[in-house]
Design a protein around this ligand. Structure first.
Ligand SMILES: Nc1ncnc2c1ncn2[C@@H]1O[C@H](COP(=O)(O)OP(=O)(O)OP(=O)(O)O)[C@@H](O)[C@H]1O
Length: 117
């Protein structure tokens, strides 16, 4: 890939992050939660491997939330009218976010709770 094309794609990807931050309240809540977890990590003192897990979980959560927002937009574009498949697509995408959020919460508790006891 030519360098100029790579930088163009990078610019669009950054724009995408901007759209998500501007238009999605859930995304802003996830960012707030991520900042709280990062602050708790600094305050608690985590090992390198614990930081790797926390960063992976935070990055995965934000990326999945953005994929959910993208799916919502594609569904709204493809099916502005009510359709059972549109509902399934949106609800499955929202379910994926919920699954990852639940796993993230459990991982966070497993890492932090023993250090606080
Ligand atoms: N075109 C559609 N056909 C059928 N059901 C739909 C359609 N669009 C949304 N729904 C369903 O209606 C409910 C609310 O959807 P809505 O898009 O308002 O919120 P959302 O998907 O949670 O997104 P947002 O983040 O914008 O609130 C969900 O269960 C969704 O699956």
């Amino acid at each position: 890939m030519k360098a100029s094309r790579f930088f163009k794609s990078f610019k669009f990807a950054v724009q995408g992050i901007g759209f998500a931050l501007k238009r999605e309240q859930n995304m802003r809540l996830h960012i707030l939660a991520a900042l709280i977890v990062l602050a708790a990590g600094v305050w608690t003192g985590l090992s390198k491997s614990e930081w790797l897990i926390i960063l992976l979980v935070i990055g995965g959560m934000l990326a999945l939330e953005m994929m959910n927002s993208a799916i919502e937009r594609v569904v709204d574009l493809a099916s502005p009218a009510i359709h059972p498949l549109a509902k399934e697509a949106k609800d499955i995408a929202a379910g994926a976010v919920l699954v990852f959020a639940a796993a993230s919460a459990i991982i966070g508790l497993l890492i932090f709770i023993p250090k606080w006891l």
